[in-house]
Unconditional design. Structure first.
Length: 426
């Protein structure tokens, strides 16, 4: 009965959408667009971002603060991107320097325009800023080449606000294989056969600090390795689907199913050459075809939206932040409910951000527990028939409740204490 009811609801919603005039659809879409948080997970920035040469308020770019506001693009992941170069010490240093410069620029934007935009380290902070009527900035890192061979930089990036990190870009690196090997870098078609041993460590460290593992740009084997190894949901921050248009950068059904099983999200990207054959022919309708495909295969809880503005993204109808409403309009036209549109625009990403935070907390609690257990004496090994003699051999300083524990031992002579400071048999 429930299934029949849901089918009837879908048919009714579809009929309402398809029977409505374009003005009615736009009115409905605008009302929904005003209520939900529209979040774009991939907006690239130049190295001179947030300077006198590129004012984020009104720069001539696909995204600035004024166009975000007018187009209802509420939240954007601004991207710390570095291109892949030959792997040597000088290029590692250059990549790190460029990455840190972009981190600083994103924070500088928020400092320049605090009344317009706030910075969110967490999903809850993003929601709070949005509720206060502010635009929201978050940070994604594109290309693990920026950490080189220094895995400690991952925690530094987290402290600077990174919430996802793309493992590779165009060209293999130390972490794993790329979907697009680069002849200029003398890449072989496959260097590591997926994630490298270092790459597995990188995934584990990203999990530990709460940064999402981003698998856009990686090879299929690298992607599947990351999906199976990551304890937190993964994200494809800007990818489309091979089932609609075949491209090395698009995800096939096996990859989509692996993302579903991992609990992750595919942020379908409005990049002309990934939506169709490119050359300016893609449309918002064709873009949403990719969203439909993901929804049909793995469910509405595993899909989102990205533009890749500033990095080559943009299609006729959604070529800048001003036109963001057109994506919502197409979703309404196809019968998506407001709840589903909210999930697609931001709810799914916010969910996996929270889950990554939870995984990080659990991993760090477990690590602390393991560290504490290795530090504390094993009190179950001690009997206290000769009180002062035995007590004098025990280092109580490492026990979290030392004075109380000693007192209880002294009052229960001859009994054995367990690790937690409780006496056995009581």
């Amino acid at each position: 009965m429930k299934k029949q009811f849901l089918i009837l609801v879908f048919i009714f919603t579809s009929c309402v959408s398809f029977g409505a005039t374009e003005d009615e659809l736009m009115t409905r879409a605008q009302a929904i667009h005003d209520r939900v948080m529209a979040l774009d997970t991939h907006v690239d920035i130049p190295l001179n971002f947030a300077t006198s040469e590129h004012d984020p308020l009104d720069a001539e770019a696909q995204v600035n603060l004024l166009s975000m506001r007018s187009g209802g693009l509420d939240t954007a992941f601004f991207i710390v991107y570095v291109g892949q170069e030959e792997r040597n010490e000088m290029n590692y240093l250059d990549a790190k320097a460029d990455a840190l410069s972009k981190f600083d620029a994103i924070h500088r934007m928020v400092e320049l325009y605090p009344d317009e935009i706030g910075f969110a380290f967490t999903a809850d902070e993003a929601n709070a800023l949005h509720s206060d009527g502010k635009l929201v900035a978050m940070i994604g890192v594109e290309n693990g080449f920026s950490i080189g061979q220094d895995i400690s930089l991952i925690e530094e990036f987290r402290n600077r606000g990174a919430r996802y990190m793309g493992l590779v870009h165009n060209g293999h690196n130390d972490i794993g294989d790329s979907a697009q090997a680069q002849e200029r870098l003398n890449d072989v078609s496959e260097e590591h056969g997926g994630l490298s041993e270092y790459g597995y460590q990188v995934v584990e460290e990203l999990n530990r600090v709460g940064i999402l593992v981003d698998i856009s740009h990686v090879s299929k084997k690298t992607m599947l390795d990351a999906a199976s190894h990551s304890q937190a949901p993964i994200i494809a921050s800007h990818s489309s689907v091979d089932g609609i248009f075949a491209h090395l950068r698009n995800l096939d059904d096996e990859q989509l199913l692996a993302i579903r099983d991992n609990g992750g999200v595919v942020q379908v990207v409005a990049f002309d050459g990934y939506v169709n054959e490119g050359m300016g022919t893609a449309s918002v309708s064709e873009f949403v075809d990719h969203i439909d495909y993901v929804v049909d295969l793995i469910g509405v809880g595993h899909v989102g939206i990205s533009s890749d503005f500033g990095g080559g993204g943009g299609i006729p109808g959604w070529n800048n932040a001003d036109e963001t409403i057109n994506v919502t309009l197409e979703l309404v036209r196809r019968g998506y409910t407001e709840e589903e549109i909210s999930m697609i625009w931001s709810g799914n990403v916010l969910r996996i951000l929270r889950e990554a935070e939870d995984v990080s907390a659990s991993l760090n609690i477990a690590a602390n527990d393991e560290s504490n257990q290795s530090t504390f004496p094993n009190f179950a090994n001690y009997t206290v028939e000769q009180s002062e003699e035995v007590l004098s051999t025990i280092d109580f300083s490492s026990h979290p409740d030392a004075s109380n524990f000693r007192t209880r031992l002294e009052y229960k002579l001859g009994e054995t204490a367990n690790f937690a400071g409780q006496l056995t048999g009581i």
